[in-house]
Design a protein around this ligand. Sequence first.
Ligand code: COA
Length: 191
Amino acid sequence: MIFSQTDRLALRVLEKNELPRLVKLFDVWDVVRLLEVVPYPYTMKDAEEFYANIEPCYRAGEPQFYAMALKSDNLLIGGVGLHAPRGSDSAEGDVELGYWLGKDFWGQGLMTEAARVVLGIGFARSATRAIVATTAPNNRASQNVLAKIGLRNLGPAPRDYTALRGNDEVVKWQITREEYEAKRVEDKTIR
Ligand SMILES: CC(C)(COP(=O)(O)OP(=O)(O)OC[C@H]1O[C@@H](n2cnc3c(N)ncnc32)[C@H](O)[C@@H]1OP(=O)(O)O)[C@@H](O)C(=O)NCCC(=O)NCCS
């Protein structure tokens, strides 16, 4: 099932038979080192646990994970998540955006393309007050993606969730529904 498409990408369900491919993409230190809650090494057991968590949300019609595939071959290359925030300081209606991409696919603007669409999906849910994100302080690539799709840097904050590794300090990002709506009007005006 496809949820949305961009010029180059399909955002779709993760199929159970793709778990070996998920392991291949994730079991790479450069991909997971700044994803503080993803185990490394990443095993089939980790993939199965992940799938067991996200599969009921597909059935409930509110996906937490959008698998990313190139339209040209439908091969899984990464994913974007929309889920309840991990931090304890979140407000009612906050939804956390997270993402990762297989290393071979970095630097082509693919995550900016995907995350922009998933932001729209997040705000299409009427209960969403704001989309929030957390990055490691040195994750320039991710910070660039967030800035390009319109999130605001709220500055450094102590990490307030349990992580497998990483910094005690993180950088928080946010875009509220009002900011998102205003930006859409502004974008239309510019065009
Ligand atoms: C973060 C990640 C998803 C970015 O994906 P991507 O498709 O390569 O990103 P894009 O190509 O859309 O690049 C976004 C911007 O960041 C810049 N960028 C990419 N890699 C960069 C790097 N290592 N350092 C600094 N800037 C970088 C790009 O140049 C682009 O900016 P520009 O359009 O002004 O040139 C990818 O690097 C990744 O999967 N990293 C590991 C997992 C991760 O960190 N996830 C996020 C956790 S918060």
